[in-house]
Design a protein around this ligand. Structure first.
Ligand SMILES: Cc1ncc(C[n+]2csc(CCOP(=O)(O)OP(=O)(O)O)c2C)c(N)n1
Ligand SMILES: [Mg+2]
Length: 273
């Protein structure tokens, strides 16, 4: 059986290739979130291509919708749609556009305008409680995204309704589109802020699959309040030539750079358990 860190490396290769070939994408944030999405999709999410309309399926929302390439590569790998569909990614008339939309099989909700995914997740979690369903809701947000005021309204509501079925990751890579998050809109300490809003807080290395797994399991056992996992990550993780560089938020690799990225991923093993 493929180990999860090997799967994460394969997904990194796939997404870098998708971005290089299509000429579009947000490579830095795709690579920082890869280990979180792989751990969720291949280990924890109760969902599959045959369950997309099952009312009891777990829900996943990629609130940092610009990093959709990782999600597309995972959904294709899991058989939600044929891999060849991505040949027309970002092409004229393609439904595989640069942000998630629910015309694509396996995608619950449209995102990309930052600051809305948590509210969607709160609504789905609350609906689950009202319907007495056991499904869980997972949301992944960016750290720059936390500058959106709507995030904090949703945070208040989630704690107020004691949504213990809601687990949220912040992809804490310390960069947003225009640079260091602490210079654009400072947010430390995230643990204290979310704790003050009434959330169960866990801080981990978000590029380590073992730590991600343990955090998810703590969240699943918690029956008090919603859980926020502050996942310290590296933007561009797995490709040292572009790590922690703000311009690689959405820069496109040249052929030579693409070859370097692939070689770095193949040499890597960044996601060891
Ligand atoms: C409401 C809104 N404002 C601005 C943007 C443009 N935008 C796209 S990505 C981005 C930065 C996001 O940074 P972060 O949330 O930290 O994502 P990551 O570092 O994981 O890529 C911005 C400002 C947007 N998509 N939505
Ligand atoms: Mg960021």
């Amino acid at each position: 059986m493929t180990k999860l860190w090997e799967k994460a490396a394969q997904i990194r290769e796939d997404l870098v290739t998708l971005i290089y070939k299509s000429g579009g994408g947000h490579i830095g944030g795709d690579l920082s979130e890869t280990d979180i999405l792989v751990t969720l999709y291949y280990k924890y999410l109760h969902c599959s291509p045959s369950l997309v309309n099952d009312p009891n399926r777990d829900r996943f929302i990629l609130s940092k919708g610009h990093s959709v390439e990782t999600l597309y590569c995972i959904l294709a790998d899991l058989g939600y749609f044929p891999k060849s569909d991505l040949d027309n990614y970002s092409g004229f008339n393609s439904k595989y556009i640069g942000h998630p939309n629910n015309h694509v099989n396996g995608i619950e909700m449209n995102t990309g305008s930052l600051g809305h995914g948590l509210s969607l997740g709160v609504g789905m979690s609350l609906a689950g409680k009202m319907d007495k369903k056991d499904y869980r809701v997972y949301v992944v947000m960016g750290d720059g995204e936390l500058a959106e005021g709507s995030v904090w309204e949703a945070a208040m509501a989630a704690a107020h309704y004691r949504l213990d079925n809601l687990t949220v990751f912040v992809d804490r890579n310390h960069l947003q589109i225009s640079g260091d998050t602490e210079k654009v809109m400072s947010q430390d300490s995230l643990q204290e802020r979310w704790g003050a809003f009434g959330w169960n807080t866990i801080t981990i290395n978000g590029n380590k699959i073992g730590e991600i797994s343990r955090a998810i399991e703590i969240a699943q056992k918690n029956s008090e309040n919603p859980t926020i996992i502050i996942a310290n990550t590296t933007k561009g993780c797995g490709c040292p030539s572009i790590e922690n560089k703000a311009e690689w938020h959405h820069k496109l690799p040249t052929l030579a750079e693409y070859k370097t990225l692939l070689a770095e991923i193949r040499a890597g093993g960044v996601s060891h358990e």
